[in-house]
Ligand binder design. Structure first.
Ligand code: BDR
Ligand code: CA
Length: 318
């Protein structure tokens, strides 16, 4: 078993669903979370770093380094999402301030160092704007061949956007970074809103988790209560879309989604459709696929897997 454990770095902007992805990684024996790299997005980078450290402490995983990364997009102005994730990034959850400090290494340096030191071993799961990864690619292009795989939560292919009518949040925050990453030659699996919006965590699911009395289940309930209010108010959805844990789950359960090899790009020119991701389904650009794109998910199987694992983690911690 140990030989098959996947070594994961999570590039994240915690963020409610980012926090759930961290917990899912810690709850999954098939993966070893090597490090978190943080950037801006759901909240500013220093807040995201604190959130990451606090969530690791909540789960008793303080040995995992948290490396602060970029605090602004490459070209676009800073954009955060307090309406979606609350003023601290974690909804109504209030975790104690972290006792552990952040790593002294910059996120971009950590990504390059770890990927190059363990050629073919590191799976990068990127669930935030792609600024850290874009700069890592510019600094050390050889990570393209050295990384094992890159699973990216972002984009809206046939689905409407969640930030503009066309654009998904992670791509919209730094479309230029997404453009660099998409056209880098990295072995990418894209997890767009097309599949994440099929996977809704409901209040009944959270109530089931609360049957295990633990700080972890209370954290999930308090953070997702805010997230559910957002989904109800802005999108008329009962429950919440847990994007980032789905991307994480594909590291050990890739058959949760069906993928298609496609050439995908991102609009970095038009003000109206800035950050729109588009796939060439009919091969009209005559370009080879640059990623596998998830277009269909098994929602209930994923949600059940998520609940079971969080329950187990909570039991271990309570
Ligand atoms: C993505 O944007 C953020 O709000 C979430 O954490 C997720 O990574 C969904 O569009
Ligand atoms: Ca995120």
């Amino acid at each position: 078993m140990a030989g098959h454990v996947k070594h994961i770095i999570l590039d994240t902007d915690p963020g409610i669903d980012d926090a759930l992805a961290i917990l899912l990684a810690l709850a999954s024996p098939e993966v070893r979370l090597e490090a978190l790299t943080v950037t801006m997005g759901n909240c500013a980078t220093p807040q995201g770093v604190n959130n990451a450290l606090s969530v690791l402490e909540l789960a008793g995983a303080t040995h995992i380094p948290v490396a602060p990364g970029l605090d602004r997009p490459l070209i676009q102005p800073l954009l955060t999402a307090p309406e979606t994730h609350g003023s601290t990034g974690l909804g109504y959850a209030r975790l104690p301030p972290p006792r552990q400090p952040a790593a002294s290494q910059h996120a971009v340096d950590l990504l390059i160092e770890r990927i190059m030191a363990a050629r073919g071993e590191i799976t990068l799961v990127a669930v935030a704007p792609l600024t850290n990864l874009a700069l890592a690619l510019r600094r050390e292009p050889a990570i393209v061949e050295a990384v094992r795989e890159v699973i990216i939560m972002g984009g809206a292919i046939r689905h409407e956007g969640n930030t503009t009518p066309l654009a998904e949040f992670n791509v919209y925050v730094d479309p230029h970074a997404a453009h660099i990453v998409y056209h880098s030659g990295l072995p990418i699996t894209l997890v767009p809103l097309d599949v994440t919006y099929q996977c809704i965590l409901t209040q009944a699911d959270v109530d089931r988790l609360l049957a295990v009395d633990s700080p972890i289940t209370r954290f999930v309930a308090d953070s997702t209560r805010f997230y559910m209010e957002f989904h109800d108010e802005y999108q008329g959805i009962q429950g919440c879309v847990i994007n980032d844990p789905l991307a994480l789950a594909l590291t050990f359960a890739p058959d949760l989604v069906e993928t298609r090899p496609l050439h995908v790009t991102v609009d970095i020119h038009s003000p109206l459709s800035l950050g729109k991701t588009m796939a060439d389904f009919y091969g009209m650009w005559a370009k080879p696929p640059n990623m596998q794109v998830a277009l269909n998910a098994q929602p209930r199987r994923f949600i059940e897997l998520f609940l079971e694992r969080i329950e187990n983690l909570a039991r271990r911690q309570s």
